[in-house]
Design a protein around this ligand. Structure first.
Ligand code: ATP
Length: 289
């Protein structure tokens, strides 16, 4: 169990990136959602002990992660938003090299682990190809393989599906959910659907704070029966709309569809509609104009 208590961080430039974050993260896949700049990467990097915090505490199974950074890192796998690769090095050679850097010094067991990981992430047949020439999805799967070196107990994955096409994304989802059966996985993303498809627990961050936390289905269930939808009138603007709390608006076949939160139908045009995790998200962070 990873426990964060009142974690705060202000960068030297004065940006208050984390403001008293408290979270308890157990086994399975934990989704961390939030808009750009919410503080997700800052939190990930802090949990990975790549940057300090100004206040608060983080423990893993009751042990302060900053008390013994080396042993925490040995139990940690991290896939950052952008990870560089050496040009020209094959997947197998690069993974072997990264394994060595991670302290896997015994050649035979290192090779065995490298090969097993390449199989696990479905890159075995591409093991002799240069990682620098991989597609986005293959690269991310390689990223998971490198993060899993040394059998970590905690895996941190920061916005992994950006730029992946639907097929690659779904392959990546399958891999991540299989991994999530064995280790604690924290997935940071601003794609609500990622969390919907993968995560058993989640939190939403906004402006450095956790503004919503729970089980995705429960959070959606809390809004059930209170979400209404209607076409937005031509003269109407996002802010002068009638009753109910506006959640979001989307274009559908050239018309703007408005989603509202209200205890009963706000007007004759609104129809009840099934609540979604996106409604939970917009309710937590506030409507986007
Ligand atoms: N090293 C840094 N020095 C100064 N400010 C930073 C640094 N890293 C992040 N910030 C600022 O801290 C805030 C939180 O950024 P962070 O990258 O943690 O958010 P995020 O939720 O991961 O966003 P994104 O989805 O865009 O990656 C932002 O205002 C950002 O500009």
């Amino acid at each position: 169990m990873l426990a964060l208590h009142n974690v705060s961080r202000t960068y030297p430039n004065g940006v208050h990136a984390l403001r008293g974050v408290t979270l308890h993260i157990g086994p399975g896949l934990f989704g961390l959602l939030g808009p750009n700049g919410a503080g997700k990467s800052s939190l990930m990097r802090t949990i990975a002990t790549l940057q300090p915090m100004d206040a608060g505490s983080i423990t893993m199974d009751g042990i302060d992660i900053f008390a013994d950074v080396t042993s925490h890192r040995a139990r940690l796998g991290y896939l950052p938003q952008d990870f560089g690769v050496y040009p020209g090095l094959s997947a197998r050679m690069l993974l072997d090299h990264l394994a060595l850097l991670k302290g896997l010094t015994d050649k035979a067991s290192r090779r065995a682990q490298v090969d097993a990981l390449l199989e696990q992430v479905n890159l075995w047949e591409h093991r002799h190809r240069a990682v620098s020439g991989f597609s986005g999805g293959m690269r991310q799967r390689f990223g998971i393989a490198q993060a899993l070196l040394g059998d970590p107990r905690l895996l941190i994955v920061d916005e992994p599906t950006a730029g992946l096409d639907p097929a690659e994304r779904s392959r990546f989802y399958n891999l991540l959910s299989a991994v999530g059966e064995q280790v604690v996985v924290i997935l940071s993303t601003h794609i609500v659907e990622d969390v919907r498809q993968l995560c058993t627990h989640m939190a939403i961050m906004n402006r450095g704070q956790v503004v919503c936390e729970g089980v995705p289905d429960d959070l959606v269930g809390e809004l059930e029966g209170r979400v209404f939808s209607r076409t937005m009138g031509r003269q109407e603007t996002w802010t002068n709309t009638a009753r109910g709390t506006p959640l979001s608006h989307t274009l559908h076949a050239g018309q703007t569809r408005l989603r509202l939160l209200a205890d009963s139908a706000p007007d004759a045009q609104s129809t009840p509609t099934a609540a979604t995790l996106e409604d939970v998200y917009f309710r937590a962070i506030g409507p986007v104009a």
